[in-house]
Design a protein around this ligand. Structure first.
Ligand SMILES: *Cc1c(COP(=O)(O)O)cnc(C)c1O
Length: 423
């Protein structure tokens, strides 16, 4: 049975201090994985990972990644503010947004972040709102289907993001005319891919496009951003992506396409989120109810407001009943949260060891797009986030929401707030 990074003894200690539910992160795992990525691309002089802040927007996590040499990829005003306060600046910040409000561009420009434009019309929009910087990037959407080995990985033609190929040529020319010195090229064409071929196929396409754009427009292309999309094995039958192999395959493409074109100074960037954090976080909860009707249900103190992926995408997350890892999985359960929504199920018809009320239930691989996608439906409150440090100690890195947080934005209604105080 697949285990997570925490065991029952450690958790028993942790819950004396912090009540469930909470998200727990594994500092050691995060650091070791970040080092593997860095090593895999160490052949490229300018390589940099810009962690996708939206995956796990917590300043302590950002700081750990910064210590491992990462920058941040932001997509909104608040992500920029968080990154600035966490100590990132200038070329350590990538700003990859879409349908961007002008305040966001103004802040990105003030921080001297690298702006990655989503659309050709944003050139003029940016020029009017914040001015055009010397270094800028454009996001490519080639349309059609994105195919690897005859399998459709995703459908860029349906995606709202990016410039078409002809818009890239026009956009690069316009930007060079407006005084841009260094250009970047970006694309994100498939999400959560555990195949080792995604980055190499994407890299080849972007490298070839970069060579063409350089010939057509004379633009100096300084970096190519492979963005996010490397997946993690949520299911025990899946294999993790082999990051060293991926690095070597991208290197091959670099040597075959960019070096002969004299473009060997190009830096490779990534904007991984899930791959950086996913496996190094889990959602810790307690079984608080058991109900037997037409099916057997276990009700947790966590719900989809703490982890939306199963409800939203039908995503699989592995579940451990702590302390029973070696017991036979001879009970079939639906594991549910308490939202008034029937899709609030962390697992459906899952075979697990017999669960007793009070058992600690750990939902695996929630380190990315977990807490971050939380919401307040049904008046449910967001949980705490806790860091398991390398020395085995724990640190509260975000407290749980309280009812007062939930009511805070109603402070425009003075009469209501007064009643709330006295009830
Ligand atoms: C979401 C996102 C990422 C990260 O995606 P993962 O699947 O978590 O790797 C990177 N770049 C952009 C622009 C994104 O929107």
């Amino acid at each position: 049975m697949r285990k997570t990074f925490i065991n029952l003894n450690q958790l028993t200690e942790i819950i004396k201090k912090y009540p469930t539910p909470f998200h727990l992160y594994d500092e050691k795992g995060i650091r070791e994985n970040a080092r593997r990525l860095k090593q895999a691309f160490s052949w490229n002089k300018g390589f940099k990972e810009y962690f996708a802040v939206k995956a796990t927007p917590n300043p302590t996590i950002l700081k750990i990644l910064q210590e491992e040499g990462c920058g941040v990829d932001c997509s909104s005003y608040t992500e920029l503010r968080m990154s600035e306060a966490a100590g990132f600046k200038n070329e350590d910040i990538m700003f990859t947004s879409n349908a961007t409000p002008k305040e966001d561009f103004i802040l990105a420009q003030k921080l001297e972040a690298v702006i990655n434009l989503d659309d050709i019309t944003h050139i003029e929009f940016l020029e009017k709102t914040a001015g055009i910087p010397e270094t800028i990037s454009c996001r490519f959407n080639p349309g059609g289907n994105f195919v690897i080995n005859n399998a459709i990985m995703d459908t860029p033609q349906e995606a709202k993001y990016g410039f078409t190929r002809s818009q890239l040529s026009e956009g690069f020319k316009t930007l060079v005319n407006k005084g841009v010195k260094h250009l970047g090229l970006h694309a994100f064409l498939a999400s959560n891919t555990v195949t080792n071929e995604y980055y190499p196929v994407l890299a080849r396409m972007l490298f070839e496009t970069a060579v063409e754009l350089n010939k057509e427009t004379g633009a100096h292309i300084a970096f190519i951003n492979l963005s996010g999309g490397i997946g993690i094995p949520y299911h025990p039958e899946q294999q993790p992506a082999d990051i060293y192999h991926i690095g070597q395959e991208v290197k091959k493409a670099f040597e075959e396409i960019l070096i002969p074109a004299g473009m060997d100074d190009i830096a490779i960037f990534t904007e991984l989120g899930r791959f950086m954090l996913g496996p190094y976080g889990c959602l810790v909860s307690t079984a608080i109810h058991q109900k037997n009707t037409h099916k057997e249900y276990i009700g947790l103190d966590a719900c989809a407001a703490n982890l939306m992926r199963p409800a939203m995408y039908g995503a699989y997350h592995h579940i451990s009943v702590m302390g029973k890892e070696n017991e036979p999985c001879d009970h079939q359960y639906d594991i549910t949260g308490g939202l008034c929504e029937n899709n609030d199920k962390f697992a459906i018809d899952r075979m697990l060891p017999k669960i007793d009320i009070g058992d600690l239930i750990v939902i695996h691989d929630t380190g990315a797009h977990g807490y971050a996608m939380g919401y307040n439906y049904n008046g449910k409150l967001r949980s705490a986030e806790i860091l398991l440090k390398e020395d085995g100690e724990t640190e509260l890195i975000r407290r749980a929401e309280t009812p007062a947080d939930y009511f805070a934005t109603l402070d425009c209604n003075k009469a209501f707030i007064e009643k709330l105080k006295y009830s």
